[in-house]
Design a protein around this ligand. Structure first.
Ligand code: AKG
Ligand code: FE2
Length: 367
């Protein structure tokens, strides 16, 4: 942060699950409803905490090739794109991490692995399906129903790597569109069927909320981040701070959160930093819409599990990726897009005047 600026820091609440006879019940019935992050200690997450040494992992995957974010900077920057994607044999990747850990600086590149499905365009990652050699070592806590699980992701990072501030949206490989008839949403159709859209549909809306540059359908997820090895420093930001984070899609443009340039990002001074550390065996609950930024204080291994937090009736039963709340958000955003288009046709001084009026009106009525 700049010289005389003191960020507002709050520690994330921490609970030791061994102090409860049935922690999962307490989580589901009380803690979960608070919708705030929570560090949970002493959950049974399986033998991974003891077993997952670099040697063990290399033996499991002698021939595996992995796709990595590779950067010469510790601070990954999605705007400057200071990283590239590279494929590397898993054993070489781990050898390099070990060299970095032991202070051998001959390799200056930093690595970040986020596991993908077999076909990253179509599959979400499922550890049980894509990493069966390791799935016996990890126990998913019963904090959610198995049917609610959306994906499980395996992450390995070099010491020092900082992952940009973001919130998570689950993404699926099939692009869906909405069709409306008599101004009511009728159904979603896959992109492959667009050319067959019957004439009687009055409009086809592409999915736009939450926004994805490639138009993939998305839904918002709850998450647990299971720390298996190493230490992470995590800063979370409340969805209430959304106006202060300079968002670009699902990511914040403020990269260096601990030394922010307040001339460029003055509103960031308002943000409350919810901080915690995770060590091996710790679990962090990240409620949907909470932003998070991760600094790996050592090289680390983690697994995270995304699950849909809304009850089943919120989801469109004919489409596993849909949810009615988001359908509404999607159609509202399409209307906002039309309003923007209209406003942009006004002469400049009217444009500014009416933009301010409409923004204030929405704020007054909706917040
Ligand atoms: O720990 C990390 O590397 C990133 C975690 C994360 O973004 C997540 O669990 O959603
Ligand atoms: Fe995330």
């Amino acid at each position: 942060m700049s010289a005389c600026f003191t960020p507002k820091i709050r520690q994330v609440e921490c609970v030791d699950s061994s102090g409860y006879t049935d922690f999962v019940h307490v989580f589901k019935t009380q803690l979960y409803q608070k919708r705030v992050p929570l560090v949970i200690k002493s959950l049974n997450i399986g033998s991974c905490v003891e077993n997952w040494s670099w040697k063990y992992l290399k033996e499991k995957w002698p021939d595996k090739v992995v796709k990595l974010h590779v950067s010469t900077s510790e601070q990954l920057n999605f705007i400057a794109k200071n990283f590239s994607y590279q494929s590397m044999p898993f054993s070489e990747f781990i050898d390099n991490l070990e060299k970095q850990d032991s202070g051998d600086c001959s390799r200056i590149e930093k690595y970040y692995l986020r596991s993908l499905g077999n076909d990253p365009r179509k599959d979400v990652c499922d550890i049980y399906k894509h990493f069966p050699e390791l799935s016996d070592d990890i126990n998913f806590p019963d904090m959610f129903e198995k049917e609610q699980i959306y994906s499980s992701v395996f992450r390995i990072a070099s010491k020092g790597v900082q992952l940009w501030t973001h919130y998570d949206v689950g993404e699926v490989g099939v692009r869906c569109l909405f069709v409306t008839q008599n101004r009511k949403i009728q159904s979603k159709i896959e992109i492959a069927y667009i050319s067959h859209t019957p004439d009687s549909y009055d409009r086809v809306y592409s999915v736009s909320a939450p926004v994805s540059r490639d138009g993939h359908n998305q839904s918002i997820m709850d998450n647990i981040l299971v720390q298996v090895k190493g230490r992470k420093r995590i800063t979370l930001f409340s969805p209430e701070d959304v106006d202060h984070l300079y968002l670009n899609g699902d990511k914040s443009e403020v990269i260096d959160i601990e030394n922010a340039d307040l001339k460029r990002h003055p509103l960031f001074a308002e943000v409350v930093h919810h901080q915690c550390h995770l060590d091996g065996g710790d679990v962090l609950f990240i409620p949907a819409l909470w932003f998070h930024n991760v600094i790996n204080e050592t090289s680390t291994i983690s697994v995270n599990i995304f699950w849909r937090h809304l009850p089943a009736e919120f989801y469109d039963s004919s489409d596993v990726y849909g949810n009615k709340d988001l359908l509404i958000a999607n159609s509202a955003e399409s209307i906002v897009d039309r309003v923007i288009k209209k406003i942009n046709t006004l002469p400049p001084i009217y444009k500014e005047f009416y933009t301010r009026r409409f923004v204030n009106k929405i704020k007054d009525k909706c917040l």
